[in-house]
Design a protein around this ligand. Structure first.
Ligand code: ZN
Ligand code: ZN
Length: 622
């Protein structure tokens, strides 16, 4: 085969091919369902290398379990409502919808350029009508169950801007939940004015109704990080201490870019839910974003004015929208039937695919998002929609990428873009490097010092793949092959990818010494989750059928994983006094232990120290 490492040609080629053949689409009734989900991103625009690391961590799992014979669903979507698009609209005049759609298109293209094995046919977008009508449906069900109610609560209010502010828009001061009306809660991020607490009538979800169960359920989540469980325990608190920390979830936002709260206020009947047949309550396109003392939706009269579904009298719609955490509290279920327009999701399919097998996301979601997902799971179970109480069996929280000491982000201006790295080194090198630079669960400071090494690593694999197969070498090389399969497999399952990749690098050096067929094939098979384009390209150049993704993951023989034993002479004072049998690579401590365990030799070496130890050759005492 030709051994050209022309990644700039074959990476886009395989991305197109995978898309055209629907390589990562999975049928809802596929056998052995297995669901790997990266927390769906906020569409912020260009990806930086911190994103690359996040999404590669999940994709390695998806590709690995697929090769283990499971029907892997790795869905993706967009947490597409929220404040940044609305802020941008106020500043630039670009409508939040346009801003968001443009960012989604940009990020979709970029994720594809990394070779992510998503089932794009299942993508969900929180700001699509076909999605948020079910977010509104959920609100109404919670209301009917007594789990949504209206109450008074303080918000941050900027008198100069005439608007309520989110906590992240207030600089300094206590959270408004702790403040009496009129008390200063900090300064406005936009204009610098003093921000005060102001009481408003708002909607809450009664998460405290499940407090005991949310607390007890943590004990069963033994495949969630202990740190997350501890944080959740503290957040919920204990009833005996009187100090429920857990408060009901305030879901009203005085914002435009969110799902409208599907409630109507009638002068006679009071608060009435929108009939389900009338959903969605559409977000009007034309509103005035500039704050004038009321939420932006109040500026759209054709939105506000309606009739009461109970008495038919003129009535007003709620003009607030829902916290975006509501969108992400139920999205996992939508993936099983994303196009169903008769119900939020297919409950039978949800029971087959969920709880999610592996859920991957940032540790910053340890409390709020995960608490809300657990709450909604319980509420849906109570309503008969789900047969389980916890949404994910295994949770992996990944470490952030830092640069110059700060978390890498677009807003901080310290992002290293994916584009420049992919152009220079290719997607596989970037994937490999971000997985190799540190254990996936730990934070890491971005550095490019090792990326060249990862690039050369792939180049050397191409060179080897074209080398004529030699006969199988000495026993020890085959043993190393088995050990490498075991190490890489365990490293992937344990999210210790960096140790798996370093085992592959050591193994590469061994295969280069005598490129035997099984050695080369194993190497290519084991890099496939990390460097999928390279593995697929070599597979194809070898003339193999189908995709390497469909080939079985290599297996090891446990008996072959131990190093071969060798006999070495034991010298005492210059004379050979006997031999011991040791693994070829045994350490000096192990060698001394073997000598001490020999009845005859142990007496001979008593009181002596080791002068020379050459593994596999000799141990010599003074
Ligand atoms: Zn202000
Ligand atoms: Zn009425």
């Amino acid at each position: 085969m030709n051994t050209r490492f022309d990644f700039a040609r074959y990476e886009p080629f395989w991305q197109r091919r995978w898309e055209e053949t629907g390589a990562y689409r999975v049928a809802t009734d596929a056998p052995r369902p297995f669901m790997v989900v990266p927390m769906f991103p906020y569409p912020s625009g260009k990806l930086h290398v911190g994103h690359v690391r996040n999404y590669t961590i999940s994709d390695v799992q998806a590709r690995y379990w697929r090769r283990r014979g499971y029907s892997v669903m790795q869905p993706i979507g967009w947490d597409a409502f929220g404040l940044p698009a609305e802020e941008a609209a106020i500043k630039t005049g670009v409508h939040p919808e346009e801003h968001t759609r443009w960012n989604i298109a940009e990020m979709t293209a970029q994720l594809n350029e990394l070779g992510m094995s998503y089932d794009w046919s299942r993508a969900v977008t929180a700001c699509d009508e076909g999605y948020y009508r079910w977010t509104q449906w959920l609100f109404i069900q919670l209301y009917k169950q007594g789990l949504a109610y209206k109450g008074r609560a303080p918000v941050n209010w900027c008198p100069a801007c005439q608007t309520a502010l989110a906590n992240e828009q207030v600089v300094g001061g206590p959270a408004p939940t702790q403040a009496e009306p009129g008390v200063e809660t900090g300064h406005c991020e936009r204009c610098g004015s003093k921000v005060v607490a102001r009481d408003l009538e708002q909607w809450f979800f009664r998460i405290t109704a499940f407090a005991d169960d949310l607390l007890e359920g943590l004990d069963g989540l033994d495949r969630w990080p202990e740190q997350v469980r501890t944080q959740q325990r503290h957040w919920i608190g204990k009833r005996e201490d009187g100090t429920w920390h857990l408060r009901d979830w305030l879901v009203s936002r005085q914002r435009y870019w969110g799902a409208p709260i599907p409630m109507i206020n009638c002068p006679t009947c009071g608060t009435v839910p929108v009939p389900e047949a009338d959903l969605p309550v559409r977000l009007p396109r034309q509103v005035d974003f500039t704050p004038k003392g009321e939420p932006p939706l109040a500026s759209a009269p054709e939105f506000v004015g309606t009739v009461c579904p109970q008495c038919g009298a003129p009535a007003r719609r709620e003009v607030e929208t829902m916290d975006t955490f509501v969108d992400s509290a139920w999205y996992l279920y939508r993936f099983v039937s994303p196009h169903d327009d008769t119900r939020p999701f297919d409950p039978e399919a949800a029971a087959r695919w969920l709880p999610v097998d592996i859920y991957v996301g940032g540790a910053e979601h340890a409390i709020l998002h995960l608490m809300y997902v657990r709450f909604i799971c319980r509420a849906l179970r109570q309503m008969g929609w789900l047969p389980f109480t916890e949404p994910a069996q295994r949770l992996f929280t990944l470490g952030m990428v830092y640069r110059n000491g700060a978390k890498m982000s677009k807003s901080k201006g310290n992002g290293v873009t994916q584009d420049e790295m992919v152009r220079r080194y290719g997607a596989d090198t970037l994937r490999l490097w971000t997985m190799f630079m540190a254990p996936p669960g730990q934070p890491v400071e971005w550095a490019t010092a090792g990326i060249e090494g990862c690039h050369r690593f792939l180049k050397r694999i191409f060179a080897l793949a074209g080398a004529p197969g030699r006969p199988a070498p000495a026993d020890e090389a085959e043993r190393m092959r088995h050990r490498t399969i075991k190490k890489v497999t365990e490293a992937i399952e344990g999210f210790r990818y960096n140790t798996g990749i370093s085992a592959l690098m050591e193994f590469l050096a061994e295969v280069e010494r005598h490129p035997w067929r099984a050695g080369v094939e194993t190497l290519v098979a084991l890099i496939s989750p990390f460097a999928p384009h390279a593995a697929e390209e070599i597979w194809h150049r070898w003339g193999r059928k189908g995709s390497i993704d469909q080939a079985a993951w290599p297996v090891w023989d446990e008996g072959m994983t131990a190093a071969a034993e060798v006999e070495i002479p034991v010298q005492v004072g210059g004379r050979v006094r006997g031999t011991v049998s040791l693994p070829a690579g045994a350490s000096q401590v192990e060698a001394e232990a073997a000598v001490a365990a020999d009845e005859h030799l142990s007496a001979a070496v008593t009181g002596r120290t080791v002068r020379v130890y050459v593994p596999g050759r000799i141990i010599s005492y003074q």
